[in-house]
Design a protein around this ligand. Structure first.
Ligand SMILES: [Zn+2]
Length: 201
């Protein structure tokens, strides 16, 4: 086994899925690199280039990461949902509307998403909104209210509360400690005013 493969197993790195599989000699089970099951001891791991090789060596597919199934519907659903949230976070979204967009029940989506992404769809949405808000606070002169609305909050009080809860400071405090100061002269000289102007559409 290469160090690179071992690293992929330890980090449950999904980008190696399909490139190799690993079996654990003590359990007789084989997994995809991304499997979230407990990291095995390195000396017990065997690498297989394909499912066939693993089966031939008498390993059984893991029930959790299902290396024997070509499509992983739950994972597809979670990733599709994450992409949808990233594209639509600026509009009013709820668990219900997110679920409707991917054609499953809110209950089902909540549980599948949480299992695969380790957070709920609503938490994921909130994290995306706050990440964008932080960016605006540190890179633009837009007012806090304007930023709150532009990242999908309808209630400025709710925005401030959630911001404080997740970052430990108010939006204004965050801005004063993170703002990337651009003096007017400099901005005029290199045209950054225009850049900021066109970004705030
Ligand atoms: Zn597994």
């Amino acid at each position: 086994m290469h160090d690179e493969q071992w690293k992929a197993i330890v980090n449950c790195d999904p980008s190696y899925d399909g490139e190799f599989y690993y079996g654990v000699s003590t359990t007789g089970i084989f997994c995809r690199p991304s499997c979230k099951s407990k990291t095995p001891k390195r000396e017990n791991v065997r690498i297989f280039p394909s499912i066939d090789e693993a089966v031939k060596a008498k390993f059984r597919p893991c029930k959790r990461c299902r290396p024997d199934q070509e499509r992983r519907p739950d994972e597809d659903l979670a990733h599709q949902t994450a992409r949808s949230i990233e594209q639509h976070y600026t509009v009013a979204l709820t668990l219900e509307t997110i679920a409707k967009g991917v054609h499953v029940s809110p209950y089902h989506l909540h549980h599948v998403f949480k299992r695969i992404m380790n957070m709920t769809p609503v938490d994921y949405l909130l994290a995306k909104r706050l990440e964008e808000a932080k960016r605006w606070l540190s890179e633009s002169n837009r007012s806090v209210t304007e930023i709150a609305v532009s990242v999908g909050f309808t209630n400025i009080g709710h925005f401030s509360t959630m911001f404080h809860k997740k970052t430990g400071m108010s939006p204004t405090m965050y801005r004063s400690s993170h703002f990337k100061q651009i003096s007017n002269d400099e901005a005029m000289m290199d045209g950054r005013n225009d850049v900021l102007g066109s970004m705030s559409i």
